[in-house]
Design a protein around this ligand. Sequence first.
Ligand code: NAD
Ligand code: FES
Length: 295
Amino acid sequence: MYPIVHADKLAANIYRMVVRAPRVARHCEPGQFVIVKIDEEGERIPLTICDYDREEGTITIVFQPIGASTQRMKELGEGDSFEDFVGPLGKPSDLIGMDPEELKKKKIIFIAGGVGTAPVYPQVKWLHEHGITADAIIGAKNRDLVILEKEFREVCNLYITTDDGSYGRSGMVTKCLEDLIEKEGHEYNHCVAIGPMIMMKFVCLQTAKYNLPTVVSMNPIMVDGTGMCGACRLSVDGEIRFACVDGPEFDGHKVDFDQAMKRMTMYKTEEGRALLRLQEGETHHGGCGNCGGDK
Ligand code: NAD
Ligand code: FES
């Protein structure tokens, strides 16, 4: 069992939990995810790691209750436990593998949207611990939905923007990025954008104009997180990829967002899944180890 050592609410419908999982905490890197399961009946929920403490043996997760399992999860508190807490899964962020001296030459901008702010945090913190101070934009619908502001301020140069202008700058993250680059003279050569699919799509359209390499996290299209359900299939540079096995991070300029969003909607209904099977054949990846997948 994996006990919850701390639980709090970050904003309306956004919850944070610190879970004791020493083995995951020992091995995880920024960009990776875990799969949590409340009990025997619970669904598997893939969540990108928000923070980790190797000494304490804990992992921090942040989630937004949307389905039945996450609704049940929000009822859990300190002293409750998860039956399963599997990880670390997926590939770490590319930044982690880079030579620190090369990294220091980079001018990095992180773009975090809504709940997607949580998975950005470990990357920004990791860079700070390695002597690199990046810029970061946090975008939220309004003041009440801005999360982790204090944590970000400690590890980066932070710009906050709200859609309704109730806090920080006014407008979406794309407006803030445009202002930073076009009006305020900032120069960047690496961008990481994590948030809703539609945000990542529009950030990528914008950064393509600036010739600014952009990494995105395709966690939102994952369902079981094991490479077997086929939900997270996407097209990257015309090739079939699976977010949970080959990602979750990809070159955003090569991701077909329109197809991924359409597929995500279809995957939600039985009829849609049947249609996908008809169009794509068996959609699973071969994570079962028996069939060789459908690549
Ligand atoms: P939201 O709808 O409040 O959007 C957050 C910010 O994204 C907005 O404030 C705005 O600045 C920007 N944005 C939204 N639409 C945009 C557009 N068309 N153009 C430019 N910018 C735009 O976000 P939310 O409700 O907190 O997000 C929930 C979504 O985040 C869920 O769909 C979830 O799947 C996703 N999410 C993604 C990740 C990931 O790894 N990519 C992680 C956690 C959550
Ligand atoms: Fe099921 Fe990736 S989430 S195959």
